[in-house]
Design a protein around this ligand. Structure first.
Ligand SMILES: Cc1cc2nc3c(=O)[nH]c(=O)nc-3n(C[C@H](O)[C@H](O)[C@H](O)COP(=O)(O)OP(=O)(O)OC[C@H]3O[C@@H](n4cnc5c(N)ncnc54)[C@H](O)[C@@H]3O)c2cc1C
Length: 304
């Protein structure tokens, strides 16, 4: 526990927000306060912050866009770092006849990188149309859809080691991606993506199609963290299992199983983390009873 005096001295020195409600930083609109919250604007600032946190033995939690996170109602102890401002110009760093390499920092929004790709006739990101959040979060989560995921286009990542405070570049051959996960410690600060040249009209058309499909089949107007459960490795997808268990529309206070897409748990107004967790448990129990399948969560839970 940090003394109140040290807390305010630290906050002043590093321009930190104190006891900041995290519901303002997540797409679920849920989450209690962070002891400290930082929005560093550069790698140097991030390293200074991490060193200071280490000096005070303070746990550090990293947020990108906060679109795959469920935060506890009592919030997060220690320092929360949000990568939102860790971005510089997206740029092409290597141009060959058919392929090109694009460089981006981790705080950049995935949607902005997609727009850049469209503007430069670059294909490869179409699968990600409409996935919210940052590039760093998308790589860490190996975000994707039925038509692809980040593992297929990531060429390198720059990772900041939280113990040595050194940045290392890792190539795709040494990266261990699996379904919705990159098994890699540390903070991704930048990445390069390998894309191919394609007819811009074709690229635009696919993006448009994918977005239209998403808007028609997902509850995009409610607060959520996307699909709540991972699809089982075999058999029916999680949404179908939940729907066929008759759970669409099931509620715990303001937490509800979406009636548009059953793998979305939505916050229809003022749901708490506790409401979401209770509903999650009910869904898991019902699916387990009917299908003998244990649904694992895709959404990451942080805090107390
Ligand atoms: C409406 C909606 C639709 C969605 N649709 C999809 C979909 O189709 N497919 C899909 O895969 N996901 C989907 N998601 C989930 C989510 O958008 C993705 O997982 C997204 O890529 C997460 O990015 P983020 O920046 O928001 O990460 P966050 O939610 O902020 O963080 C997720 C995890 O990544 C870690 N992380 C974040 N940044 C970094 C970094 N720079 N270095 C290391 N670790 C980091 C965090 O610590 C956390 O553990 C959807 C979410 C919503 C709300």
């Amino acid at each position: 526990m940090i003394a109140k005096k040290t807390k305010s001295a630290l906050a002043q020195k590093f321009n930190l927000l104190v006891d900041e409600p995290l519901k303002n930083y997540t797409s679920f609109k849920i989450g209690g306060p962070a002891d400290f919250l930082a929005l560093p604007k550069s790698k140097t600032e991030l390293i200074r912050l991490l060193k200071e946190a280490d000096h005070h033995d303070m746990p550090v939690t990293l947020f990108g866009g906060g679109t795959n996170l469920l935060i506890g109602d009592k919030g997060i102890r220690g320092l929360v770092v949000i990568t939102k401002h860790l971005k510089s110009t997206i740029r092409i760093i290597d141009k060959k006849r058919a392929k090109t390499t694009l460089y981006t920092e981790s705080g950049e929004r995935l949607s902005k990188v997609c727009q850049f790709a469209i503007n430069h006739s670059l294909s490869g990101l179409e699968f990600s149309a409409g996935i919210p959040g940052s590039i760093g979060g998308a790589i860490k989560m190996n975000a994707g859809t039925l038509s692809g995921d980040m593992s297929t286009i990531v060429e390198t990542i720059e990772v900041l080691n939280q113990e040595t405070f050194k940045v290392k570049t890792l190539h795709r051959q040494s990266l261990d991606f699996s379904y919705r996960k990159l098994h890699q410690k540390g903070f991704i600060v930048a990445a390069t993506l390998k894309l191919t040249f394609e007819d811009p009209e074709k690229i635009k058309h696919i993006f448009k199609q994918n977005l239209a499909k998403r808007n028609a089949t997902q509850p995009v107007s409610f607060a959520s963290a996307g699909c709540f459960f991972k699809n089982p490795t075999q058999g029916k997808p999680a949404g179908e299992l939940i729907e066929k268990s008759g759970l669409k529309g099931m509620r715990v206070n303001d937490a509800m199983v979406s009636d548009i897409h059953a793998n979305y748990i939505v916050n229809i107004n003022n749901a708490t983390c506790e409401d979401i967790l209770l509903l999650k448990q009910k869904v898991q129990e019902a699916v387990s009873q009917k299908y003998h399948i244990n649904l694992e969560t895709e959404v990451r839970m942080e805090g107390e």
